[in-house]
Ligand binder design. Structure first.
Ligand code: NAD
Length: 231
């Protein structure tokens, strides 16, 4: 999803900084954006590291002079029966899925203030809206992403910084591909539309919330789920 978001933003003329713990993955997206005439910079980054965030935001401002949009997309999923989830599972899931969002906003907001505004889009999940089997820690972490988004929207609204969350449903990506294939009939039975979603469809929603077209929208939770949560 992060790749599609970066490509979609670049297509609209944004300069994109891509970060991932898997550097090769973002480096190849940097090349793709540059080949199409856009501006991009890939940085290796563990989102669960507060120091890492400081470095990434500083490098962004050094390279491009400003920071207007933050998309907190990186995440891990953990499918494990509720009673088997350990303290380590819980801590790792929280560090990567929610602590990262807090750190990212703490470092990005002061830069956005310098520009008299900005937009933050946090990628949560439909699991923040409905209970999902075998995903207690993941569900809790994504619920926290939903809540911190609303708290930040209220805290930073007067600074003209908007903060919204996107809640993907059953989207075919590397994270989900295996289970999507294995349980395809089940997932298709859950969506109201005929198909499962793809990363490009999520990126369109992220782009809208990040853009000036969403200038009066803050603190919302936008499902991109083909109608799963409408049922
Ligand atoms: N795929 C779905 O159906 C689905 C549904 C709901 C929500 N989401 C959420 O959407 C986001 C993107 O998911 P995806 O399906 O593209 O997953 P993905 O596994 O394809 O991509 C996630 C990326 O995060 C990176 N990452 C993992 N740990 C990291 C860390 N510590 N620091 C930096 N990067 C790290 C991975 O290297 C990977 O490139 C996640 O937050 C996920 O929870 C996905």
């Amino acid at each position: 999803m992060g790749k599609e978001e970066a490509l979609r933003f670049a297509k609209e003329g944004a300069t994109v900084v891509l970060t991932d713990i898997a550097f090769d993955a973002v480096k190849s997206v940097e090349e793709e954006v540059k080949q199409s005439g856009g501006k991009a910079l890939a940085i290796k980054h563990d989102v669960s590291s507060k120091e890492g965030w400081e470095k990434v935001v500083n490098e962004t401002v050094d390279a491009f002079g400003r920071l207007d949009i933050l998309v907190n997309n990186a995440g891990i999923s953990l499918a494990k029966p509720f009673m088997e989830q350990t303290e380590q599972d819980w801590a790792r899931t929280y560090n990567i899925n929610i602590n990262s969002v807090m750190y990212g906003m703490q470092y990005a907001v002061p830069q956005m203030e310098k520009n008299d505004g900005g937009s933050i889009v946090n990628i949560s999940s439909i699991s923040a809206l409905i209970g999902m089997a075998g995903a207690g820690a993941y569900t809790a972490s994504k619920g926290a992403v939903r809540s911190i988004t609303k708290a930040a929207a209220v805290d930073f609204g007067k600074k003209n910084i908007r903060v919204n969350s996107v809640h993907p449903g059953y989207i075919v990506t590397p994270m989900s591909a295996k289970s999507m294939e294995e349980y395809k009939d089940y997932f298709l039975s859950q969506v109201a539309l005929p198909n499962l979603g793809n990363a490009e469809e999520v990126s369109n929603a992220v782009l809208f919330l990040a853009s000036d077209e969403a200038s009066h929208i803050t603190g919302i939770e936008l499902p991109v789920d083909g109608g799963v949560t409408a049922k």
